[in-house]
Each structure stands twice: as C-alpha cells, then as structure tokens.
Design a protein around this ligand. Structure first.
Ligand code: SAH
Length: 267
C-alpha cells in the first residue's frame, strides 16, 4: 500500500468515502481476527484524560470533521451541554444521524460506549450515556475546514470548545493549508475556550475496503506550532506510539493535544 499520487481532498471524500466500511474497519473493539483494536482504545483513553482536565467544560462544543463516528463525544458529552457536529461529506453526516435517531441499520456503538463507561467508573451507565449523546447533539451541519468561515453560509456563535479527531491531517494537503485550517477553526472558539485535537503523526495514507486516502505527514512540532500560531496556548500534549505492522495505516503515533485560546491583546 502507498499514498495516493494526488492528495485526496474533500471532493474525494464526498465521492468515495464509505462510512459503513470505515466504521467496520476502525471502530469495532476487536478486529476480524479477534485482535483488540488498540488504536481505538488508546484514543478513547486519551479523550477521557483530556476531557477530565480542569476547566474543560462549558455550554457548547463543536466537533469538526465528525465523520460517521460518536466515540469522540463519549467523554466530552459529560462536560458540555450542547454539541454541534460538522463534516464535509453528506453520507457521513447521514450515517451519524442514523445513529442519533436510533434508526435501523445504524452502527452498533454499544461496545465502545460500555468501554468508555468502564473507564469513567461505571460500565452500567452505557445506555444513559447513549441517551445523553443523542440528546446533546443539536445539529449536524456541513463544513469545510479550508474555508475562512468553515460553516458558510451559516455563522456559528463562538463555542466553548472545539474538538477535532483525525480530520485535519486528511483534509489538508500541505502544512500551509493545515495552519490556515487551524486559524479558521480557531475563530469558532471563544477567548479562554479550548481546542481538543487527536492527530495522527507521520502518516501518509490510510486505507479500508480498497479505498486509499491521503494523510498530511506531520511531526508533533508542526502541530504544536500551528496551534500556537492560530492563537492558542498548549496546555496538554501527549504522543502515543502506534505499533508498526498495521496494514490499514502507515502512521507512527497519535498526538493528543489540548490548547486554550488566548485573549486578544495578550498574545
Ligand atoms: N472524526 C472521525 C472521522 C475522521 S475521517 C474520526 O475520528 O474517525 C476524516 C473526516 O474528515 C471525514 O468524515 C471527511 O468527510 C472529513 N473531511 C475531509 N475533508 C474535509 C474538509 N475540507 N472539511 C471538513 N471535513 C472534511
């Protein structure tokens, strides 16, 4: 497997990203050979840790590049009252809505929800948590992180927290685009509000069901510098190595990062 010759930007997602295949490939707790999905469980633990940090709470959280997934909202939903989910791709927003509305054929997130409830101390609360996520996600909107106003023509009021998992490195073809996307997203956050990122490091592609998607090759310092240049101070940054030998991806590690937006005039 190797990276596509031309970087697969948003239109390629719209044309060929299959949400159900993506979920099957990356979001079951055990893979087709019965091996535990360490990529997922490490990310769930990181999200749990980040959303336990002091001050990481408030009224609104915006999840950018949500895809068809909800795992990233499971710890977050305990700390925020309302969630807005944004993604470029119609079929991904539709797949997410299917789960939110409890429709037939929706992905079964319950093993993942139970895992997170266990991390949080009570596995039995999983049904309550599912209900909580369904209640708190108020809107699912189209966005493009490469636009100055990602939700154009809609203007969102600034949020208390902006979350983005495994999106920007797939959406941005080069470091300049990545840096400007972070500035675009930064504008969606209140001063003093937070940015929570889960970003793959040193990856050039990821693949599932015969589709290969590009990934911007990033070092930890690239991400931290871009976050700083977008007006944030990094509060937490942790790298989890990704063991080699995964045929789905060529990533080396995952970076978990929390940053706080500076007040204008102090930075
Ligand atoms: N957050 C999910 C999905 C990641 S897959 C997870 O953690 O698994 C990458 C997502 O980025 C896809 O849903 C794709 O539709 C979205 N995406 C790609 N380009 C984008 C762009 N320019 N603006 C917004 N979203 C984009």
């Amino acid at each position: 497997m190797e990276a596509p010759a031309i970087f697969t930007e948003a239109e390629v997602y719209q044309r060929s990203f299959n949400p159900q295949e993506y979920l099957k490939a990356f979001y079951t707790l055990t893979d087709s050979r019965g091996q535990p999905n360490a990529f997922l469980t490490k990310n769930l633990k990181s999200l749990y840790k980040m959303f336990s940090l002091e001050g990481l709470s408030g009224q609104t959280l915006v999840d950018v590049g949500c895809g068809p997934t909800i795992y990233q909202l499971l710890s977050a939903c305990e700390r925020f009252q309302e969630i807005l989910a944004l993604d470029y791709t119609d079929q991904n927003r539709r797949e997410l809505q299917k789960w939110l509305k409890n429709e037939a054929g929706a992905f079964d997130w319950s093993p993942v929800v139970k895992y997170v409830c266990e991390l949080e101390g009570d596995r039995e609360k999983w049904a309550e948590k599912e209900e909580n996520v369904r209640k708190k996600v108020r809107q699912v909107l189209k966005c493009d992180v490469t636009r100055a106003n990602p939700t154009e023509p809609v203007s969102l009021p600034p949020a208390d927290c902006l979350l983005s998992t495994l999106c920007l490195e797939g959406a941005c073809k080069d470091l300049a685009t990545f840096r400007s996307a972070l500035r675009n997203l930064g504008a969606l956050v209140k001063p003093g509000g937070h940015l929570v990122l889960l970003t793959v490091l040193r990856e050039t592609y990821y693949a599932f069901s015969n589709q290969v998607f590009s990934c911007l090759y990033l070092e930890r310092s690239d991400v931290e510098e871009a976050v700083g240049a977008a007006g944030f101070d990094v509060r937490f940054s942790e790298v989890q190595p990704h063991p080699p030998g995964d045929i789905r991806v060529d990533c080396d590690a995952v970076l978990s990062l929390v940053a706080r937006k500076r007040d204008p005039g102090t930075g």
